[in-house]
Design a protein around this ligand. Sequence first.
Ligand code: AMP
Ligand code: TRP
Length: 339
Amino acid sequence: MTDTTFTPRVFSGIKPSGGLTLGNYLGAIKRFVGMQGQMETIYCVVDMHAITVWQDPKELANMTREVAAGYLAAGLDPSQSILFNQSQVAAHAELGWIFNCVARVGWMNRMTQFKDKAGSNAEKVSLGLYAYPSLMAADILLYHATHVPVGEDQKQHVELTRDIAAKFNHDYKTDFFPMTTPVIEGPAMRIMNLRDGTKKMSKSGESDMERINMTDDADKIAKKFKKAKTDPEPLPETVEGLADRPEARNLVEIYAALDDTTPEAVIAQYPGAGWGTFKPALADLAVAKLAPISEEMARLMDDPAEIDRILAVGSDKARAIAEPILKKTYDIVGLLRSS
Ligand code: AMP
Ligand code: TRP
């Protein structure tokens, strides 16, 4: 259900906590680009989320620029979308605190990503990691965003954002915050690890062979797909035949997402194909789609001052939307302002 009383506005973000992966590209960035021009779009490099786990300070600044370079290289245009990094807009942290006082501990305890990340070590992780979904709600609601394109793993956090908005609106007898819709669609909602089709492809997995990085060159991409784990069976004749074959399904879904088509169409193109045929075709397709992006990222990274300039301009634009919404929130809550 979309809230019709708010102007359609997209917000999404990626953490600069390691290099961008094919999962980030297909599950997020490519879709960010698809929404550009259709409504107002705001895309953030969420550096304050990254520090919920330890980040080397120099590396954090570098990764922040790299995610921004990924946005730009993939086709986000600073004249059409607001591109910025979260820490330059202080209102995120301020609204995040208010939402810490709205969200309930019981809600946070249900967050599966926290449980997965904290594992048996829950006593030792940062308080920030636990509170993270409430900062994410602030990111979104600070712009009254109505649509949030994310991968499947973020669905629960966007639902929590709706719970926080609803509780705030209820407790303060207002309709100030919208009910945000998560936009989770297409074949790439959950790109899996190339060595284990039951695990998500992520920035932080142990082996580099389990993920495609957006900065990998053609040889690396080809090698990683060639070595990707599969079962011994060839591709099925119909898409139903992928049901209990996570690795095979993942490769078909990656192909479909890269080629802007559906898994059904991919199977129709390669019915019963062996891996010796399909893997090289997938590698060629991935190289054709990713190489221009990684080349452009490298070019942009050679001029960090230009990236910083783009993020500064975007931060000014973001602040212009965020600050009035934060001020109004302070008024609603009864936090005294002298100006
Ligand atoms: P993160 O890298 O965790 O900040 O994720 C940024 C965005 O990329 C989020 O919208 C995630 O849902 C999406 N994403 C990350 N990994 C994957 C994946 N393996 N498959 C699909 N989407 C992903
Ligand atoms: N939590 C998201 C992730 O790990 C990143 C994120 C932070 C985000 N704030 C957001 C995504 C706001 C969408 C909207 O992937």
